[in-house]
Design a protein around this ligand. Structure first.
Ligand code: COA
Length: 168
């Protein structure tokens, strides 16, 4: 059986920290699917389609486009995992305080679908404090995000923020 895993998230936008987890994930699983959640409760800055495009273009930039599939979903994560035939959910743990939230999610997901395992990976130290909301905030105030995201995402952030601020 092919060991397929889902790497889910809102990815609003995808950061180099997320891509670091992808790099590690493809070393472990035979097939990795990025599952971009619609997640309306987070009121994402980017639409689902924009987030998918940013993930795909970022994968191209780092030469991993052929190694993973990028899909979107608007359901329970476990339903999506079941539909895709995944045996595992991959999540990144950056700092100890992530644990509470991640353990709760993993335990609920296991109750909903006992056949699925959640696998936690640690990103490289340099991304330990990185998050999509931090990237959005830095970009909003005109800060340099080039060390946190790919060139494509940097450009999309600039365009989006200029539009929001009404300068385009
Ligand atoms: N590098 C950089 N940032 C990382 C990271 C990494 N390696 N790993 C996590 N993060 C960041 C994310 O960017 C996010 O930051 P943000 O809040 O600033 O955007 C944060 O850590 C984690 O946020 P969280 O809300 O826990 O996860 P998520 O947005 O990545 O994804 C889903 C959450 C999509 C997995 C979850 O909402 C879900 O499963 N939704 C589907 C509905 C469902 O099944 N619900 C029941 C779940 S029990």
């Amino acid at each position: 059986m092919i060991k397929k895993a889902i790497y889910p998230g809102t990815f609003d936008p995808v950061t180099l920290g997320h891509l670091d987890i992808v790099k590690r994930g493809i070393e472990i699983f035979q097939e990795l699917i990025i599952g971009i959640a619609e997640n309306p409760k987070k009121k994402p800055l980017f639409s689902l389609e924009e987030r998918k495009e940013m993930f795909e273009e970022s994968l191209k930039e780092i030469g991993l486009y052929d190694k993973v599939k990028v899909k979107t979903f608007n359901s329970l994560l476990v339903e999506f995992a079941k539909k895709e035939g995944a045996v595992a959910i991959l999540r990144g743990i950056r700092i100890i305080s992530d644990m509470d939230h991640e353990f709760t999610m993993a335990s609920l997901n296991r109750k909903l679908y006992p056949e699925i395992e959640t696998v936690f990976l640690m990103p490289s130290d340099e991304y330990a404090y990185l998050s999509s909301s931090a990237v959005r905030e830095i970009a909003f105030y005109g800060g340099n995000v080039s060390q946190f995201v790919t060139k494509f995402v940097e450009r999309k952030l600039k365009e989006k923020i200029a539009r929001i601020k009404g300068t385009v």
